[in-house]
Ligand binder design. Sequence first.
Ligand code: M6R
Length: 365
Amino acid sequence: ELDGFAHYMLKEIYEQPETIRNAMRGRLNRDSATAVFGGLNLTAQQLRTIDRIVLTACGTSWHAGLVGEYMLEAFARLPVEVEYASELRYRNPPLSSNTLLFAITQSGETIDTLAAMREVMRKGHPVLSICNVVGSTIARESDGGVYLHAGPEIGVASTKAFTSQCVVLALLALYFGRLHHLSYEAGLRVIDELEALPDQVEQALETNSDIRRIAGKYSRCNNFLYLGRQYNFPAALEGALKLKEISYIHAEGYPAAEMKHGPIALVDENTPSVFVVPRGGVYEKVLANMEEIKARGGPVIAIVNRGDEEAAEIADDVVHVPVVADFLQPIVTSIPLQLLAYHIAVLRGCDVDKPRNLAKSVTVE
Ligand code: M6R
């Protein structure tokens, strides 16, 4: 079943070009420049009246929700909030009558996500799920939803489910965008960018040997910072969670500019900072953040675009990923971050697929 891979996590990391293809299969329509879904169970008229979207989830799925928030705001100009399910279930927030909830979950069995969803449904709001496991409780109880079609995810650390969740959220952002103001041409551009993604993820996997070398250099460090901005802020959070979970190293993810407000006090020569810094609107700003870390003696590992020499000059180690549209950056940059956590965990002798104290799905409160 491992197909020659040493661990399920590594196998699942390598499946991503295919799982991303599966998440998009049959869902892109060039004629109308939009995404199509079989199971939303709500009409375009009903969805068009939605004026606020709440995304709820736990852990890695919550990070995908943050990516989705940026996408939905950019494409559909809808107000979006991302809530930890464990908080939402007890919070009793005021929800306007046209609020739609998405529950994002790989397993479809996470108890907090289920409880948050039931609470919002009880109040009469439509609830859709973004789920991997077909026929799971959340998939069955929601009003409708979108499956990831990523296949079974065995490693406790979520990898392929995360990238598929981001892809499905991009499809939904395209769909809601096209219900509102996104033009036909802009919709087609998004489709082109999505269709190019599986090959770009394939190229991002080619960073593996660089990452293994970098992992060897830093595997004995006990603290890491992960920093990124805009779409790459959730990627930084996700990179830090991966490292924590499987290598038991303390890691924190932050929006890169926040580090001046406290976390920079942690920086020393034994605390590497992993910068997620592909080119884009805030690129120069992140480089300035990188310089600040370097000035305080902190090692810098940077995930940059191919051909980027500016960032490479500041960083101690660089990993090159292909250039993609900004909304797809967290998908492509999360590949080397998954591999970094994996190789460090292996070097530290950790049980990668079954980390201590963790379960694949959290069905108790
Ligand atoms: O099955 P779910 O997506 O609802 O699970 C949510 C979290 O428990 C899960 O993402 C967890 O954080 C992973 N172990 C992260 O790798």
